[in-house]
Design a protein. Structure first.
Lengths: 388, 97
């Protein structure tokens, strides 16, 4: 996949941002025969995508997130084959631990909603947890129960992004890495041109897939997005023999961890006192808090070495749900941001929905429900199942 | 000599041949090679291999040293057992010493 040297005068769609959203949308549009140019100021997956935990979860508390995730899993299941590149997808399931009576009540409600939408998920009593992950110290972590969905899973986020970009490129999409977008030119209330480091390009549509930086991009045309960046830290251990297959997650402890197909344990802890901002530094506080939790959950991990830690940015909205689709003020400006820490896992379905809208004007009900307009209209339903 | 396998990244067992192939596919920065091949992501965190990778990259692309981006060094630099970090926190060592 070579970086093209020339910039055409005009494309159908210009995409700002080369993470999972930008690349999967580029692929879906190219498949429909549209001419696409994607601009990424660094390398592909250099932002939140390449820094994320790689989990793919369908267990959400709101219908829209459940449907986006279920639709994405159906795509992930065939994605390595479809794109001709191994994304290291693995359906090891997700085990969500309940620690309080309140959580038990909410989780049972979630399971009911998820099952009504066709998801294979069940509530487990504390005594059943070790049947799924035997290395967990159920008593020490104070688990009252858990929910378990075996078709959840994980994949390598950077490889998935590369896979989409390579396939898009083969279909004719132009992928410009290390090429910054500097601004937009408006004409009659629409974006007519995208100004890039390589020059200007005319376009019919612009997709804002700049993650936590999408607010800065939207400001160029005076669109305000209620999205704030929050640092989230994460680490990886040395590789171990296979010990457990699911992602283990707790909203109560704000923690998650999984074992990759290569054997490393990868996990994160969300600091509830983290201030908003673009800070990407690693902290000692994180590694201390996370390892304390990890070794409580799995005591035998005390001797396992931490190899590296890093950080990425959540793009957080007031209801922890993404902002999808056009904005009223600039109708050819498509937003795909604000995933609040779970963009990777829903991107395949989101890309399909947005590509359908751009190519044929189909307004998917999920896109309508998650449009920017919901904040003005007060249609806000908060997603409860987040590691914040 | 022709059939000799040259391992560049020992932690992740990546050969020179694989690196050259990836560069030819268009992954011509260390950051991209790291994500495609996992060079520098193992226990040594690139201390052994990244300079060698940079040399191969120069040879294959004609880039100058200043055009080669070395990835950020991630803490804790050398592998440290999880129990070392968690114990200090649990016993409040900094307050007692």
């Amino acid at each position: 996949m070579r970086r093209p040297k020339e910039l055409p005068n005009k494309v159908d769609v210009a995409i700002v941002g080369g993470g999972i959203c930008g690349c999967s949308i580029a692929y879906n549009l190219a498949k429909k025969g549209l001419k696409v140019a994607l601009f990424e100021r660094s390398y592909l997956a250099s932002g939140a995508t390449g820094r994320c935990g790689g989990g793919i979860r369908q267990q959400w508390s709101t219908k829209e997130n459940i449907l986006l995730a279920m639709g994405s899993v159906r795509i992930f299941e065939k994605l390595s084959e479809e794109l001709g590149y191994d994304i290291e997808y693995f359906q090891g399931g997700y085990l969500v631990i309940a620690h309080t009576e309140e959580e038990v009540k909410q989780f049972k409600k979630n399971v009911e909603l998820q099952r009504s939408l066709g998801l294979d998920v069940k509530y487990l009593e504390a005594s059943e947890i070790n049947n799924v992950v035997d290395v967990l110290d159920v008593e020490a972590i104070g688990a009252l129960g858990a929910t378990w969905c075996p078709t959840d899973g994980h994949a390598d986020p950077a490889r998935t992004t590369f896979a989409y970009a390579r396939a898009a490129s083969k279909l004719g999409a132009l992928i410009y890495t290390y090429t910054e977008v500097k601004g937009f030119e408006l004409s009659n209330g629409r974006i007519a041109k995208v100004k890039t480091a390589l020059g200007d390009v005319s376009c019919d549509w612009v997709v804002n897939a700049a993650g936590a930086y999408a607010t800065e991009v939207a400001k160029w045309v005076e669109v305000e997005l209620p999205v704030e960046p929050y640092r989230h830290e994460i680490l990886a251990t040395e590789p171990l023999d296979p010990l457990f297959t699911p992602m283990v997650i707790s909203f109560h402890d704000n923690v998650y961890f999984r074992q990759t197909r290569r054997g490393e344990v990868v996990g994160g802890w969300g600091n509830p006192h983290e201030p908003a901002g673009y800070n990407l530094e690693s902290s000692l506080l994180f590694v201390k808090r996370f390892t304390k939790l990890l070794t409580k959950y799995v005591p035998r991990f005390k001797g396992v070495c931490v190899v590296r830690q890093w950080a990425g940015l959540y793009a957080v909205t007031p209801d922890a749900r993404p902002i999808l689709g056009p904005v009223e003020k600039v109708p050819n400006f498509i937003q795909v941001t604000g995933f609040s820490g779970h963009g990777f896992m829903v991107a395949p379905k989101v890309a399909e929905i947005l590509a359908n809208y751009i190519a044929s004007g189909v307004e998917d009900p999920l896109m309508k429900e998650l449009n920017l307009k919901r904040f003005e209209e007060g249609r806000i339903v908060r997603e409860a199942s987040v590691v914040g | 000599m022709k059939d000799k396998v040259v391992v560049i990244c020992r932690c992740e067992e990546v050969t020179e041949e694989e690196i050259v192939k990836a560069i030819k596919e268009g992954y011509d920065t260390i950051e991209e090679l790291k994500r495609v091949l996992r060079i520098g992501m193992g226990p040594c965190q690139g201390r052994t291999c990244l300079r060698l990778v940079a040399r191969i990259l120069r040879r294959e692309t004609g880039k100058s040293w200043s055009e080669i981006d070395f990835p950020k060094v991630r803490p804790p630099i050398r592998p440290v057992p999880a129990g070392v970090f968690s114990v200090e926190e649990a016993e409040g060592a900094s307050e007692q010493s």
